[in-house]
Design a protein around this ligand. Structure first.
Ligand code: C5P
Length: 404
């Protein structure tokens, strides 16, 4: 039988923390699961675990410096970055986190990180006060936004004999996360399915040069589209004006206003297995659209008359077949869960993704999001702060779960 990590190339980065002794265990687990592992260690990492142990376990010389001192052989971080399918840094010290978050490439490990094209996982390990420090937490948020997956440290007794959060996750957990990542990458559980997604803001015209709009970037909807496509679905985005690129293989219908978006969904929804409403639709539009640029009046005030837009999610959900999974989003400033539950009900949705603007890193314009997924069956899952691509994965997992 094929081993779960057969043929996978993994860079194991090791930095200078007490937990480095556990890296040998992690290395053994990855090798046992079939992976080919190249260890890259920082100079201070070598103070905690010897390269001899690591090269014996991995069957490869350990890389630490840019050059091998006696032969002058150059180690190419670029080639290493290209070779790898995944990079996992365990343990990762506060110092290396800071260097990664700021691109300070003063050693082979951080340079390799900057060259790595594939997914990167980091298992931080440090004293509780260092972990809790705003600087560390800022760096963690930056890295999550850069797409790095953080394997949270656990709580317990630390090397300092203090007790708290900062212990590196156990090697078994890290190895399981590595396996889960590759399994997720290979999922094709949306083959033969069709998904229609609304995304971005709407622009409601006032005149030929002005509109009412909002700050939605479309990132969440486009990430979900990419995830569904990767898993084999036929995907259509009905998108308001945004500048994010359309994922490969995804059909994109460009619209401006809420009325056009509703129309776009109606023409595309035939045969859809899931309808996902990520768009930030304007609640109102100007009652009149001027065909000429509105001139400045010599009056101190100007009144705009607005009329309500249709609720696309509610309108479509009520007319779509019962077995189509309808997913809405709720961006709230307070009482997020309560409003979320209510919207799930009133809009006729099967699932709602709730995020609160009170959470740092959630909402418009960020690369990260922190969501709670509420399903019609009553289940509620609160996820930690994640990169929007990972949030997309969680959302799609929940949709697949409900497909019949
Ligand atoms: O009511 P609220 O705007 O908070 O609801 C948010 C959800 O409803 C999102 O899924 C959004 O895409 C959808 N919506 C819509 N049409 C509207 C307003 C919201 O599809 N006019």
């Amino acid at each position: 039988m094929m081993k779960p990590l057969e043929g996978k190339h993994i860079i194991l980065g090791i930095t200078g923390g007490i937990a480095a002794y556990k890296s040998a265990m992690l290395l053994r687990l990855l090798i046992k699961k079939g992976a080919e592992v190249q260890v890259v260690i920082t100079p201070s990492g070598k103070e905690f675990i010897t390269p001899v142990t690591l090269s014996a376990l991995s069957g490869k010389p350990v890389v630490s410096e840019f050059f091998t001192a006696n032969t002058g052989e150059w180690h190419s971080h670029v080639d290493l970055g290209l070779w790898a399918d995944l990079m996992v840094i365990a343990p990762c010290t506060a110092s290396t986190l800071g260097k990664m978050a700021n691109g300070i490439a003063d050693n082979m490990l951080v340079t390799t990180y900057l060259s790595a094209k594939e997914h990167v996982m980091v298992a931080p390990a440090m004293d509780l006060d260092m972990w809790a420090h705003p600087s560390t937490q800022r760096n963690i948020s930056t890295l999550i936004g850069d797409g790095v997956e953080i394997i949270e440290p656990g709580s317990g007794e630390l090397a300092s004999h203090l007790t708290g959060k900062g212990r590196m996750a156990e090697p078994e957990e890290i190895a399981a996360r590595v396996e889960a990542w590759f399994a997720g990458e290979m999922k094709r559980d949306m083959e033969g399915r069709k998904v229609v997604i609304t995304a971005g803001p709407t622009h409601e015209r006032l005149d030929p040069v002005r509109y009412l709009g909002n700050d939605s970037t479309g990132k969440m909807g486009y990430s979900i589209a990419g995830e569904c496509r990767k898993r084999g679905a036929e995907v259509v985005i009905v998108s308001g004006p945004v500048s994010v690129p359309v994922p490969e293989g995804v059909k994109c219908i460009k619209v401006e206003s809420a009325l056009e978006m509703l129309d776009g969904v109606r023409t595309q929804m035939e045969g859809a297995d899931a309808l996902i409403f990520t768009a930030a639709v304007a609640d109102y539009r100007p009652a009149e659209v001027d065909s000429e640029k509105i001139k400045r009046e010599k009056t101190p005030e100007m009144n705009l008359r607005l009329v309500a837009n249709p609720d696309i999610a509610a309108t479509i959900s009520k007319s779509a077949p019962a077995n189509t999974i309808k997913v809405g989003f709720a961006l709230e400033t307070g009482n997020a869960l309560e409003y979320g539950r209510r919207k799930l009900e009133t809009k006729g949705l099967d699932m709602i993704v709730v995020n609160s603007l009170e959470d740092a890193g959630a909402g418009f314009g960020t690369d990260t999001n922190k969501v709670t997924i509420i399903r019609k069956d009553g289940s509620e899952i609160a996820y930690p702060l994640k990169d929007k691509r990972e949030v997309a994965r969680d959302i799609v997992d929940n949709i697949v779960d409900q497909l019949t």
